[in-house]
Design a protein. Structure first.
Length: 408
C-alpha cells in the first residue's frame, strides 16, 4: 500500500520542496523560539490554503495541458490588461526568483557549514564561499539533464531526507503532545505575534508554486482521469511539507535561549541539550531545504517565461535553459561573494505582494470557465474556500508591500 502511494507521488512533492526553503525554515525557527507551540495553528491554516489553491492549479494543468501563464495569456482578451498582467508575472517570478536564489543557496550552505565548517577563499580582500559553488553545480546538473522523471525522483528523495531530518529532530526534543495539539487547533495571538502569523502564511502560500504546479502536472499526467491522482499527490505532498514546517517550530520551541536568529543557530542550540545527533539531523534538513529551493526557483522562472512569452519546446530547449542558467548563476555569484541586491529584492517583494492576490483572483475566475475546464470547473464549496483565501492573499499582499516601504 505504501509503495502504491509513493508510486503516484510526483509534482506535489516538488511544490513542497519549493515552499520549504531557507526563508520558511528561518521563520518557523523564530516562531518556535519566540512563541513556542502557540502559532502551530497558523501553519495548519497555511497548509489547508496551499492545498486548496495548488489543487486548482494542478486540475487546470491536467485538463488544459497548458501552464497557468499560457492560460492567462489566452483567456485575458483585453490587450492592455494582458500585457500588464504578463509584465507583473515576469517581474515577480523571473526577477523575484533571481533575487531570492542567493538566499536559497545560502540556506543550503548553512546546513553544510554546520557539519563541515566554513570553506572560504580570500582573494583581494574579498571572501568567496566555495560551498555555494558546490550547491550550484549540483543544481545545474539536475536541471541540465532536462528529464522530468529524473528530476522528480531526485527532488522526492531530497524532500524525504528533509522531512525525516526535521521530524526526527522534533521527536528528539520530546515535546508535550497535548500542548502540540492545542497549538495546532486552538488559535492564539500572543503579544507581538501578528506579523509572524502573517509571515508563516505568506511563506507557505507562494505565487510561483501555482505556475510551477500547473506546468509540472502536464509533464506527468495527460488524461482527465488523472485528476484524482493529482489531487491525492497534492494533498499528501503538501501535508508532508507542512509536517516539516510544524517540526521546525516544535524543535525551536525546545530551546530556552532567545538568541536564535536562524536554523544554524537552532542546530547549535539543540546540540548541548539533545546531543550532536540533533545538530546533524537539523543540518541535513537545512541543506535539503536550501538545495531543493535552489532547483525549483529557477525551474519555476523558466516555465513562467516560457508560458508568458509563448516559447515552444521542452525542458531541454535553449530558451528554457537560458532562463534557469541565468538565475542559478546570479544566485551562486551573489551567495559566494556575499552580495545582497537590496533594491532588486525590494522590487521583487513589491511585485510578489501585488501578484499573489491578482493571481489568486485570476485563478478563481479561470477555474469557473467551462470553455477551459468543462465539467471540472470549481464546485460552490471550492469557490467559497477560494474566496476566503483570496481575501487572506489581499491582506498578505498589502502587508508585504507596506513592509517594503517601512510603513509597518
Amino acid at each position: 500500500m505504501i509503495k502504491n502511494i509513493f508510486k503516484n507521488i510526483g509534482p506535489g512533492t516538488l511544490i513542497a520542496a519549493a515552499f520549504i526553503g531557507p526563508g520558511t525554515v528561518t521563520l518557523c525557527t523564530l516562531a518556535g523560539v519566540n512563541f513556542g507551540f502557540n502559532l502551530l495553528w497558523a501553519m495548519v491554516l497555511s497548509i489547508l490554503a496551499t492545498i486548496i489553491l495548488q489543487e486548482m492549479a494542478a486540475r487546470l494543468g491536467i485538463i488544459s495541458q497548458k501552464g497557468l501563464s499560457e492560460v492567462i495569456r489566452e483567456e485575458i482578451k483585453i490587450p492592455f490588461l494582458k500585457q500588464l498582467v504578463t509584465i507583473l508575472i515576469l517581474a515577480a517570478i523571473v526577477v523575484g526568483n533571481a533575487s531570492y536564489e542567493a538566499g536559497n543557496i545560502s540556506g543550503g550552505i548553512l546546513g553544510l557549514e554546520t557539519i563541515f565548517g566554513e570553506f572560504r577563499y580570500n582573494f583581494n580582500g574579498s571572501s568567496i564561499n566555495f560551498m555555494s559553488i558546490v550547491i550550484g553545480i549540483i543544481a545545474f546538473i539536475l536541471l541540465y539533464i532536462g528529464n522530468y522523471k529524473f528530476l522528480e525522483k531526485a527532488l522526492i528523495a531530497l524532500v524525504l531526507i528533509m522531512s525525516l531530518s526535521f521530524v526526527i529532530t522534533a521527536m528528539i526534543t520530546r515535546p508535550n503532545l497535548l500542548e502540540v495539539m492545542k497549538g495546532m487547533f486552538i488559535p492564539k495571538f500572543p503579544e507581538k505575534s501578528l506579523l509572524t502569523v502573517i509571515g508563516l502564511i505568506g511563506t507557505t502560500v507562494v505565487p510561483y508554486n501555482l505556475f510551477l504546479h500547473a506546468s509540472l502536472v502536464k509533464e506527468r499526467w495527460k488524461h482527465k482521469n488523472d485528476v484524482s491522482m493529482a489531487r491525492k499527490d497534492t494533498i499528501i505532498s503538501i501535508i508532508l511539507g507542512g509536517l516539516v514546517s510544524l517540526a521546525i517550530i516544535i524543535s525551536a520551541a525546545a530551546i530556552p535561549s532567545k538568541d536564535i536568529l536562524n536554523a544554524a543557530d537552532l542546530a547549535k542550540g539543540l546540540a548541548p541539550l539533545f546531543g550532536d545527533f540533533s545538530k546533524y539531523f537539523l543540518a541535513l534538513g537545512l541543506f535539503a531545504a536550501g538545495i531543493t529551493s535552489a532547483i525549483t526557483a529557477p525551474l519555476a522562472a523558466a516555465y513562467v517565461a516560457k508560458g508568458c512569452l509563448g516559447w515552444k519546446g521542452n525542458m531541454k530547449s535553449k530558451s528554457f535553459r537560458m532562463v534557469w542558467i541565468i538565475i542559478l548563476f546570479l544566485g551562486v555569484l551573489f551567495s559566494s561573494v556575499g552580495i545582497k541586491p537590496i533594491e532588486i529584492i525590494k522590487f521583487a517583494q513589491v511585485a510578489n505582494g501585488m501578484l499573489l492576490p491578482i493571481i489568486a483572483g485570476i485563478l478563481l475566475w479561470i477555474m469557473n470557465k467551462k470553455n477551459v475546464l468543462g465539467v471540472f470547473v470549481n464546485t460552490k464549496t471550492q469557490n467559497f474556500l477560494g474566496f476566503i483565501i483570496l481575501a487572506i492573499s489581499i491582506f498578505l499582499g498589502a502587508k508585504g508591500i507596506l513592509k517594503v516601504f517601512n510603513f509597518i
